[in-house]
Design a binder for this molecule. Structure first.
Ligand code: NAD
Length: 251
């Protein structure tokens, strides 16, 4: 319970990877602030399970981010995890989707970090963990907005790491390969259309083709790495972009 007394805000934590990170941090004693969309009854059950509070802020809206950060109070561990995907050929990519993906997957982290940093600096301790992606290091066709935003998140994280290093605050990216969550499941129909493939072909020939382990990453594995990054033993891990992609970006 080495995180007892610490407060963690995990964005996009009503589902998938964010929920696994919130559970893992809670397991080490951190007080949790959840964020994300979902059925009210399911969110209430998660709040009860984790003894957490919840913000339904839409992180594509700067004003809602500011309200969430004000209501959350001083945060020791900030996990920028909320994200979305859209799959379409470049020339057909909907402009509104480009704007939304950049806002959620990149700009939201700029806003939460700028608002969380004063309290971290004041206490001389903080952990900023950004869920990036293998797509922060390498590209795939038809994912222009996502790849651009995740590469940007890597750059933002490195800059934050350098600025906050003298203050006991680390900032790192975790970059999973494919994790079986609603975000992946929901992109299968568009990928089938964009590439003219069947569902099984998308799983075997697109999603897992570059993961040498031929396994989806489990959300709990990402949660365990987030816990490690909060440990004192990780105080010199900063500005890193830690792959957890079954060997994808090694190839
Ligand atoms: P998910 O769809 O299961 O969860 C996304 C979460 O973000 C949900 O809680 C959702 O409510 C929340 N969210 C969506 N739009 C939001 C908004 N506008 N404001 C606030 N919250 C919003 O997805 P996931 O697969 O768990 O993805 C989490 C993160 O991991 C994302 O940043 C994603 O890019 C990244 N990632 C996922 C994979 C993967 O294979 N699943 C791989 C690499 C990186």
């Amino acid at each position: 319970m080495f995180l007892a007394g610490k407060r963690a805000l995990v964005t996009g934590s009503t589902s998938g990877i964010g929920l696994a990170i919130a559970r893992a941090l809670h397991g080490e004693g951190a007080a949790i602030v959840l964020n994300g969309f979902g059925e009210a009854s399911e969110i209430a059950a998660l709040c009860e399970e984790l003894g957490a509070s919840h913000s339904g802020a839409d992180l594509t809206d700067t004003a809602q981010i500011e309200t969430m950060m004000e209501e959350a109070g001083p945060i020791d561990i900030l996990v920028n995890n909320a994200g979305m995907q859209h799959v379409a050929p470049f020339e057909d990519f909907p402009v509104a989707k480009w704007e939304t993906i950049l806002a959620l997957n990149l700009s939201a982290a700029f806003h939460t970090v700028r608002l969380a940093v004063p309290a971290m600096k004041a206490r001389g301790w903080g952990r900023i963990i950004n869920t990036a992606s293998a797509h922060s290091k390498t590209a795939s066709p038809f994912k222009s907005a996502y790849v651009a935003a995740k590469h940007g998140l890597d750059g933002l994280t490195k800059t934050v790491a350098l600025e906050l290093a003298p203050h006991g605050v680390t900032a790192n990216c975790i970059s999973p390969g494919y994790v079986w969550t609603p975000l992946v499941e929901n992109q299968i129909p568009d990928t089938m259309a964009a590439r003219g493939l069947t569902r099984d072909q998308v799983v075997e020939d697109v999603l897992l083709v570059k993961q040498a382990t031929k396994k989806f990453v489990q959300p709990e594995e990402v949660g365990a790495l987030a816990v490690f990054l909060c440990r004192d033993e990780a105080q010199n891990v900063t500005g890193a972009n830690w792959s957890m992609d079954g060997g994808w970006t090694a190839g």
